[in-house]
Ligand binder design. Structure first.
Ligand SMILES: NC(=O)C1=CN([C@@H]2O[C@H](COP(=O)(O)OP(=O)(O)OC[C@H]3O[C@@H](n4cnc5c(N)ncnc54)[C@H](O)[C@@H]3O)[C@@H](O)[C@H]2O)C=CC1
Length: 522
């Protein structure tokens, strides 16, 4: 199962994790250094690379002569203009994309960079209402704080308008991008489903944070670094920005003004610059990706395997973190898995992978990967790590394969040498699904400070019955513990509620990114 992990419950606004991938971020209020990022030497900083201000394509004049997305298949409907004369690129792209689709065997249908259906579009020149002073309501995720800067107000108005139609906006955005910049298509996976969502969410997250420079910079720095593995180059940013503005122009019909456009251009230019600088700085100290040879593949159930890999060069990370994995069978499709062990002296890394239906990467890793295969790893990310600056106990809830990073945390406490109470509640649907219970019980036998309690929710068991949060409530007190949760989204949600309910402050609760877990489970 794909496994994103993230930061503290208090820092989570539900906007995702922080792996450096699009839309994978929970803004963290802790400085990067605390989260295991390499120390930065100021003299190692790469010179800031200038990025050209984007050339917006969404001016008021454009609204009257809209940028056409690639035409939908078939003849254009009445009142809809077809491809522009001489626009050969459009047809070529569509042919290429059909080939890509034909190559895809299993997995969900791939829309590819389809243009949105024409009927979805209101022609701005015919029917666009005049821009209005639309303010997001107080319950909107884009509600305007009292202290918001003029740019932030404009950005939030646009976001509030397009968020409900984000599918259309992102489809249109990619259609523009791949038609106007076909050279960028190979940077994206053949199947764009997850990518669509991630990009849009990342942009919204960045724009929403525009008045919070520290958090914004932290987010974008990770994003910029994480983009190195995709082959993203500085010159790609203006292309993306132009198409973003083009898509917003088309869909933010009531809030788009010259001022809004200028605010978006400023914001996007600043966002790009931070990402480009972060990538350049990261280039000085780390590869864009690692190759890793599978050296162990141990099936544990019919759909779970423990996979061990040997990276081609040293891979520094912290217990509790995760990485992104690309298999040779699904190029440019990256999924997240937590490290299932603390860093080892032999440099090997291990992952617990559950094959989910239609999960391309997870199925390939469980059913197809064998020793000798080579996968690619992105950089480590996540801050669900042990805080060694205090002696608090660790209360750990691991559901299903979510036990993987919990095991790494236990090993980390053992390796660190200053022992503290660690209480692990390991949940599964039935006894059979407790695939790693023997390892965990062995660790408990070896370390007197560790207790491991299996909890089974859906079947008979000799251990505890019920759901993890209910089991935890029966024990305690937990006021001297920091909590770590890892598992399916529902478990995280109810677990956080239960822990807050029994008095653990939310800033001491760390867990996986709920939004990304939900997306990964699709
Ligand atoms: N493989 C990895 O490295 C990691 C995986 N994960 C995530 O862990 C999850 C593992 O999935 P499965 O093994 O299929 O787990 P599962 O669906 O079998 O559930 C595991 C446990 O969570 C409990 N649970 C499920 N929904 C609950 C709810 N709404 N409230 C309370 N308890 C609930 C179940 O009762 C069971 O005890 C995936 O979502 C994966 O993304 C998280 C971190 C790391």
């Amino acid at each position: 199962m794909d496994a994103p992990t993230t930061t503290s419950s208090a820092g989570s606004d539900g906007s995702g994790g922080n792996s450096g991938d699009w839309g994978w971020f929970t803004p963290s209020r802790r400085p990067a250094e605390e989260q295991g990022a390499p120390d930065r030497q100021s003299d190692e900083r790469a010179p800031s690379r200038p990025v050209n201000p984007i050339r917006p394509v969404g001016t008021g004049a454009d609204r009257r002569t809209p940028v056409e997305p690639p035409p939908a298949p078939g003849p254009p409907g009445p009142g809809v203009s077809g491809p522009r004369p001489g626009d050969r690129r459009v047809d070529e792209r569509r042919v290429d994309d059909r080939r890509v689709d034909e190559r895809r065997a299993p997995g969900p249908a791939t829309p590819g960079p389809t243009a949105p259906g024409r009927e979805e579009h209101q022609r701005p020149d015919e029917a666009a209402p005049a821009p209005q002073d639309v303010r997001p309501g107080p319950d909107s995720p884009f509600a305007v704080p009292e202290t918001a800067s003029p740019d932030a107000i404009l950005l939030r108005r646009t976001m509030a308008e397009v968020e409900p139609i984000s599918d259309k906006v992102t489809s249109y955005f990619y259609a523009l991008l791949f038609v106007q910049h076909p050279e960028l298509r190979p940077l994206f996976p053949a199947a764009m489903d997850a990518q669509r969502d991630r990009l849009f969410k990342a942009i919204l997250t960045a724009a929403r944070l525009i008045d919070d420079p520290d958090i914004l910079t932290d987010f974008l720095t990770r994003l910029g670094r994480g983009h190195r593995k995709y082959g993203t180059q500085p010159e790609h940013y203006p292309a993306v920005g132009e198409c973003l503005i083009g898509a917003l122009t088309r869909y933010a019909v009531t809030t788009w003004t010259d001022e809004a456009e200028a605010a978006w251009v400023r914001a996007y230019t600043a966002i790009s610059q931070i990402m480009i600088d972060a990538a350049a700085e990261d280039e000085l100290r780390a590869p864009a990706w690692w190759q890793a040879e599978v050296v162990g593949h141990e099936p544990r159930t019919h759909d779970i395997a423990v996979i061990t890999v040997r990276p081609d060069q040293p891979y520094p990370f912290l217990a509790g973190q995760y990485t992104s994995v690309e298999t040779p069978w699904w190029p440019r499709v990256w999924r997240h898995y937590s490290f299932a062990s603390a860093p080892r002296s032999d440099g090997l890394l291990s992952f617990h992978v559950k094959a989910i239906p239609a999960g391309w990467v997870s199925s390939a890793l469980v059913h197809r990967a064998r020793p000798g295969d080579v996968i690619r790893l992105g950089p480590p990310a996540g801050s669900m790590t042990v805080d060694h600056s205090n002696d608090n106990g660790l209360l750990c809830l691991g559901g299903g394969t979510g036990i993987a990073p919990i095991k790494a945390l236990v090993e980390d406490v053992a390796d660190y040498g200053r022992h503290r109470p660690v209480e692990v509640f390991y949940g599964a649907r039935n006894d059979h699904d407790l695939y790693d219970i023997d390892t965990m019980l062995r660790l408990a036998q070896k370390h007197p400070w560790l207790a491991v309690r299996p909890v089974v929710s859906d079947g008979p068991t000799n251990g505890l019955s019920g759901r993890l949060p209910d089991a935890v409530r029966q024990y305690g007190p937990w006021n001297a513990f920091d909590a770590y949760l890892s598992g399916p989204p529902g478990m995280i949600r109810s677990g956080v509620d239960a822990l807050v309910g029994i008095g653990i402050p939310s800033h001491r609760i760390r867990h996986d990114s709920i939004e990304e877990l939900a997306a990964a489970a699709e």
